[in-house]
Design a protein around this ligand. Structure first.
Ligand SMILES: Cc1cc2nc3c(=O)[nH]c(=O)nc-3n(C[C@H](O)[C@H](O)[C@H](O)COP(=O)(O)OP(=O)(O)OC[C@H]3O[C@@H](n4cnc5c(N)ncnc54)[C@H](O)[C@@H]3O)c2cc1C
Length: 323
């Protein structure tokens, strides 16, 4: 085996397609995941409408996977539930005869090869010259002394299971997911205080990098027009004394931790432009987003992950050839 991929979310699945298209034999690839269900885009955010038109997503996938027949599947102008992207990648990768291990990776150590430690009905190890981490991220959670509703539940109908009409929710974050949570809370008539950093909303249509668009932009427009009667917007500096019964945190993501050890030391950083963590080790996807061309923002979308990986394939192939 030459390459071990950790995580079979959209990023791990795109890696399978791109590496095999670049000439790596499927038999030389092992991929480890505890679930093999398409990752969070299916598991957690599946019902949310993508903020990217279907046509844009598949145009970018076709650009990086010219040898693979990617069907149109949906109206190109439309946005789809996010799980449609995960399901497409599952369909495209299922026929590949790579080695799939149902397991959970805990630690990687660089020896002559990478030693991958994982659990799969007990502790196990394997060795590979090249490892690629794509284990994804979890939503950041704040430390308020009140209960919080998990973001994935706050984003869909499960929010109703948590709330009664007299509740007051403090919502941290007013970007893409924060605005969608506002919509859910407004539908239920729940009193909401939304806490923002800097300014409440920045719109893609105004040229803001990673600004809100589609449904999120419509919600923000409605809030600004005063249509959300139960909602108050508060800047972070004034948010200390809010008395709420529930919190929802929609304030970004933190990578799932896997210890990477080189020469006896834990490596915690990666190169934001190449995804490289250490010689023979790369990280991609939402856990290792790529630095945008402006050097300030991070690109977080399926299309951005795919284009970023495309730029690194030749280095990955070189590392395999030297093994
Ligand atoms: C609310 C929301 C809306 C979004 N909207 C869009 C959108 O409209 N368009 C768009 O393109 N993108 C969107 N994204 C961004 C992005 O596409 C998703 O976050 C995507 O799910 C990230 O894919 P991933 O493969 O990097 O990580 P994940 O989907 O998290 O996959 C990681 C995989 O690794 C596995 N794993 C975790 N830990 C381990 C371990 N230790 N060992 C082995 N396996 C492990 C998990 O089981 C999982 O299958 C959105 C994200 C969010 C949160």
């Amino acid at each position: 085996m030459k390459i071990c991929i950790i995580g079979a979310g959209v990023t791990g699945l795109i890696l399978l397609l791109m590496l095999t298209q670049a000439g790596v034999k499927p038999q030389d690839i092992t991929i480890i995941d505890p679930h093999f269900d398409g990752g969070d885009i299916c598991r957690k955010w599946g019902g949310i409408r993508s903020n990217t038109q279907w046509g844009k997503t598949i145009t970018n996938l076709r650009k990086v996977l010219p040898g693979i027949n990617i069907p149109d599947s949906f109206d190109l102008e439309a946005t789809t539930p996010l799980e449609a992207i995960g399901q497409l990648l599952i369909r495209l990768t299922t026929p590949l005869p790579v080695k799939r291990i149902n397991g959970f990776v805990t630690r990687l150590e660089s020896k002559s090869n990478w030693r991958v430690e994982y659990y799969s009905q007990g502790p196990r190890t394997l060795e590979a010259p090249v490892v690629i981490l794509a284990q994804g991220s979890d939503a950041k959670v704040g430390s308020l002394p009140i209960p919080s509703i998990p973001l994935e539940c706050a984003l869909d109908a499960r929010i109703e299971d948590y709330l009664k009409p007299s509740d007051h929710v403090v919502l941290y974050g007013t970007m893409h997911s924060g605005t969608l949570v506002m919509k859910n809370l407004n539908r239920l008539g729940i009193r909401t205080t939304a806490v923002y950093k800097g300014q409440p909303f920045v719109w893609d249509r105004d040229g803001a990098y990673d600004g809100i668009k589609q449904e999120a932009a419509e919600v923000a427009d409605a809030v600004v027009a005063g249509a959300y009667k139960n909602l108050t917007l508060v800047p972070l500096e004034e948010a200390k004394d809010i008395k709420a019964t529930w919190a929802v945190y929609a304030m970004g993501f933190t990578p799932r931790s896997i210890e990477v050890v080189v020469k006896g030391r834990s490596v915690v950083n990666y190169d934001g432009r190449t995804g490289q963590i250490a010689p023979g080790a790369w990280g991609f996807g939402i856990a290792y987003p790529n630095l945008a061309p402006d050097g300030v923002h991070w690109d977080v979308s399926v299309a951005a992950f795919a284009l970023h990986i495309e730029g690194q394939i030749s280095s990955i192939l070189k590392a395999c050839a030297h093994s």
